[in-house]
Design a protein around this ligand. Structure first.
Ligand code: HEM
Length: 334
């Protein structure tokens, strides 16, 4: 039996709350983490039973340093490491610290809000919420820049293929790498471009959402540089956000992937360019303020932690149960 994944394959809901939490120094965090694992399972089950059509879900991701501090299984998921900045000639993908990431989504904002506040209640004593972004579906799934975002995402069965870990890392089957960046756009400068120029930034026509032909599409268009091959895809669940008082208009970029190296290839191509210097034109209007990698383990993994399960390091049995064991010691936390 394959371990049940968290709801990473669902489409983005109408409302989203993204939260990043960092553990406080010199705190015992294991109990709170165990409770938050149980809570995430509880919130998802409860959302399904109480409001079956709400699409209310909550996905938790764990960062590298938190994984080590919590003494979670070793070896770690193969590609779970701290994200390192990607430095291009003109633009940089910054790296920021993140211990836990929550992606809450649903059709109704009330459920999302309650889920976020339940999580805060458990984590408040031991962690600080360093990022909170409320995203919303903008018209027919457009980014705040006015272009439809998500069209070339994998569909159907391909979502599981590109989004979930399989037999290549059996201990973490059903898990997914989660990469996030909070982008702020220079909306004024972008809107000042004639529509034809805006379309060249994305390589797609604005109104119809149709892709430009290869002969017409500029080589530095976003859809040209971010496309690193038909067999290298990720699941993007980006959400726009905006704040009139602070004039912060942005995109919360979030990708779920069976391998982080695919996301890294996209970032290299966008920020450094291939050939070098052919960086993504979208970056002239978009600045990443954060950048962190997390791992969203299977539901079976979370259940095992929630019940205090302990067995052998790094192994996941057919029902998906994982072990913690003497791992804290190995990880240097005891
Ligand atoms: C500044 C934030 C971003 C915005 C507003 C944005 C928006 C878009 C839009 C409108 C499209 C075209 C429609 C579609 O296929 O979804 C697109 C395509 C795509 N984006 Fe982004 N994106 C952003 C950042 C990123 C980042 C950071 C990555 C990768 C690390 C990425 C990867 C992709 C990929 C793979 C495609 C599909 C390319 C293709 O095969 O045609 N995007 N994005």
């Amino acid at each position: 039996m394959n371990p049940q994944p968290q709801n990473v394959l669902d489409n983005p809901g109408n409302n989203t709350i993204f939260l990043v939490w960092n553990f406080k120094k010199d705190q015992e965090v294991e109990d709170a983490f165990q409770r938050v694992c149980a809570l995430v399972i509880n919130l998802n089950n409860s959302g399904e039973v109480r409001f079956p059509d709400s699409g209310a879900t909550c996905i938790m991701g764990i960062g590298h340093d938190a994984w080590r501090r919590l003494g979670l299984p070793v070896p770690l998921p193969k590609e779970l490491a701290n994200f390192m900045p990607v430095v291009g000639e003109k633009h940089t993908a910054v790296a920021t610290k993140g211990d836990l990431h929550f992606h809450i989504k649903g059709r109704v904002s009330s459920i999302c809000f309650d889920m976020a506040s339940a999580i805060a209640q458990v984590l408040d004593p031991v962690a600080i919420c360093v990022e909170e972004v409320h995203g919303f579906r903008y018209w027919d799934g457009r980014s705040i820049l006015g272009f439809v975002d998500g069209t070339e995402n994998p569909q159907g069965e391909k979502r599981a293929f590109f989004g979930l870990i399989g037999d290549e890392d059996p201990g973490y089957k059903g898990g997914s790498y989660v990469f996030v960046q909070k982008y702020i756009h220079d909306l004024k400068a972008f809107k000042a471009l004639p529509v034809e120029e805006q379309e060249k930034v994305f390589g797609r026509y604005k109104e119809s959402d149709v892709e430009m032909s290869d002969e017409v599409k500029p080589s530095n268009a976003h859809s040209a540089v971010a496309n690193v091959g038909d067999d290298l895809k990720v699941i993007r669940d980006n959400m726009p956000f905006g704040n009139m008082a602070t004039n912060e208009m942005g995109t919360y970029f979030i990708a779920y992937a069976s391998t982080f190296s695919t996301v890294k290839k996209m970032l290299d191509s966008m920020f450094i360019g291939s050939p070098e210097g052919n960086y993504d034109r979208l970056l002239d209007f978009s600045t990443p303020k954060t950048g962190s990698l997390f791992f969203a383990p299977s539901v079976s993994f979370l259940k095992n932690i929630a019940s205090g399960g302990v067995s052998e390091a790094g192994s996941q049995s057919s029902d998906g149960s994982l072990s913690i064991g003497s791992l804290k010691k190995e990880a240097g936390y005891e």
